[in-house]
Design a protein around this ligand. Structure first.
Ligand SMILES: C[S@@+](CC[C@H](N)C(=O)[O-])C[C@H]1O[C@@H](n2cnc3c(N)ncnc32)[C@H](O)[C@@H]1O
Length: 153
């Protein structure tokens, strides 16, 4: 949904679901058509494959089983802390050293601070967006873990 080009040729779209194109609400259409259907906790990629990753997991735990919001964004299980921890760790594995991971979170039900506790890594910076400023965009960088002098110009 948030990609300007839904077939951007350098990008691999992943999701565990496939949902055929349909009208989910009068006049509104949805399709979930990932390039690779997979679980973000078990990705079919080698270590250190990508320079840039966007992680946009479901953010709602309590949601009607037939609601269109669930159909659009999916649902978090009760075991979401473990799920997000394992998913983030798997994305970190396939991220190249010095690569960037963008994490999107909407804190309508679960505060960002609770999510950050389970991710193990600290974001470098972030931004809030949306009408109620509840959507957070955070940047994580997988820095090379070496101590070296950096010359500032
Ligand atoms: C917020 S939506 C992502 C929307 C996407 N960023 C876009 O622009 O269309 C979250 C997606 O995560 C998917 N998802 C949930 N659990 C998953 C898992 N374990 N592995 C892969 N995808 C999962 C859901 O099916 C849902 O489509």
């Amino acid at each position: 949904m948030f990609w300007f080009d839904k077939h951007e040729p350098h990008t691999i779209y992943c999701d565990e679901r496939r949902v055929p194109y349909h009208e989910y609400y009068p006049g509104r259409f949805l399709e979930v058509a990932p390039d690779i259907q997979c679980d973000f906790r078990h990705l079919p990629f080698d270590d250190e494959t990508f320079w840039h990753i966007v992680f946009d997991p479901p953010h709602l735990e309590r949601i009607g089983c037939r609601s269109w919001t669930r159909e659009k964004y999916g649902q978090l299980p009760a075991t979401w802390p473990e799920m997000l921890h394992d998913g983030f760790a798997e994305l970190w594995r396939v991220l190249k050293t010095n690569g960037t991971l963008i994490f999107k979170w909407s804190s309508v039900q679960i505060p960002l601070s609770d999510v950050l506790k389970v991710l193990d890594k600290k974001p470098l910076y972030g931004n809030r967006s949306g009408k109620h400023m509840m959507t957070h965009w955070l940047a994580f960088v997988k820095f090379q873990d070496v101590e070296e002098d950096i010359t500032l110009f």
